[in-house]
Structure formats: structure tokens, C-alpha cells
Write a protein that binds this ligand. Sequence first.
Ligand SMILES: [Zn+2]
Length: 146
Amino acid sequence: MSSAHLRDKQSFALRTNSWLLSRFCLVWSKFFEDVTEENPVFVRFGRYSRYRLGSIKLNRKTLKSYITITSMFKDQKIPVRVIDHTLAHELVHYIHGFSSKRVRLHKYPHAGGVVGKEMKKRGMGYLIESYKKWIKHYKRTFSTHE
Ligand SMILES: [Zn+2]
């Protein structure tokens, strides 16, 4: 086993579900302090997806919301801000009443760029900028193959 391989394995292991949860708590306390957890929210890494970076779903029986983040983000090469951005994006859906028990504020989850507007209003413009930069570069890495 090469040392590079070892390093890769190590860095991969650092981004666990508890690490993800700590990022989520940080984002919540920093930018969504006014938001109460009306129904419980769970955060975890899901399967590896290159296109679907995050999602939020409500279990209507248990009334628990689940935020799932692509396992691709376990890679240390993905900037932490990109992960924070994805968590914040899903949390905005939650506070807008999508996949949560909160009052629905819009007809559609992405109508008129409401997610970005909410994030900017809450001081997360820098996360949007980091995400935009990353996605631009990221799309270039596979657009020629597919
Ligand atoms: Zn969304």
C-alpha cells in the first residue's frame, strides 16, 4: 500500500456522520439561530452521487426530517464550505416548510431563487460564492465524458 493511498484512506475516514452533524449544528447556530426545531432533523451521508448533492425528506409517520448528503463529500478535496452550503440549502427548505412540519412559505421549493435569497439574507453569501466557484470547476471534470 502506498503512502498516498494510506493518506487517502485516512482523510476519507475523518468525514464521518458525526463530523457532518457537527457542521450542521454549526451552520444552524450561526445562521438559523431564530429557527426552532419543530420536528426532529437527522443528518447523514447517503450513497455516493455525483449529481444529487443533498436532499431533505419528511417521514410522514414519524414526523422526522432526514437530510442526506452525497458520500462524495467525504473526500477531503471537497471544500468544507461546499458541504456547509449544501447543509444550509437543505435547512432553508426545512424552514420554508418543505419536508418539514413548518408552514409552507412558497409554492415550490426553488421558486424565484428563494433558497439563495434566504441564504444571502442570513449572511451566507460567501458560501454561495464558494459553491459557485467549486461547481464551475467540478462540472468541467466530467462534462466531456457524459
Ligand atoms: Zn433544493
